[in-house]
Design a protein. Structure first.
Length: 202
């Protein structure tokens, strides 16, 4: 069996994109740091890790970032979510839309459930949600509107690699913001707790 490969995508670029309800919290900076910590831990476990941005200010096209996963076993795009109420505090994972001609959509959905549960248990949030979203357009020209709405997932699908968008709760929630800020104090334990039950199944 060859060496496992994961492609990690810090979901947004720049230092101060998507401010949270806690002063100093920005989704872009947070998921950039989280991705670096995950990369370090996974490499310690013997997994090869590719990152879609070489620095926090680099901004490749959405579909191009997903396609960077070609040859990998998994694609994960890291985010924190947002909504109109502070009360919402749950893990969310978005997976591929259903396709009959491949099993990669089933693998995406299975991993979405796994990573959402791990985020829920690690962060102690109020449950989890997984879903997919269809594009309004026929992106692959097969005459059907069966493609992924999210560009990074569309790219990962086109690369033939199961992919998920992992929303680490909501930056519109104070408790979630504080948890994510605290990860940079005790990141080793928290990142290990999050990824260990996942990487052993790759």
């Amino acid at each position: 069996m060859g060496k496992k490969r994961i492609c990690l995508d810090p979901g947004h670029y720049g230092e101060k994109y998507n401010a949270g309800v806690v002063s100093g919290y920005y989704e872009s900076a947070t998921v950039w740091k989280l991705t670096q910590y995950e990369k370090e831990y996974l490499e310690q476990m013997g997994i090869e890790v590719l990152v879609t941005r070489s620095n926090i200010n680099e901004n490749p096209d959405l579909t191009a970032r997903g396609k960077m996963a070609a040859g990998c076993d998994l694609f994960v795009s890291n985010h924190t979510n947002a909504c109109g109420t502070e009360a919402v505090n749950r893990a969310v994972a978005i997976h591929f839309t259903d396709r009959n001609e491949t099993l990669v959509d089933d693998q995406s959905r299975e991993f979405a459930a796994q990573i959402a549960k791990v985020i829920q248990n690690t962060m102690g949030v109020d449950g989890y949600q997984i879903y997919s979203r269809l594009s309004d357009n026929d992106r692959d020209g097969n005459g059907k509107k069966d493609d992924n709405y999210y560009g990074v997932l569309n790219g990962s699908f086109l690369a033939g690699v199961p992919g998920v968008i992992a929303e680490h709760s909501f930056h519109t929630n104070t408790e979630a913001c504080r948890w994510m800020i605290a990860i940079f104090v005790s990141w080793r334990r928290r990142v290990q707790n999050a990824w260990h039950p996942l990487w052993v199944h790759l």
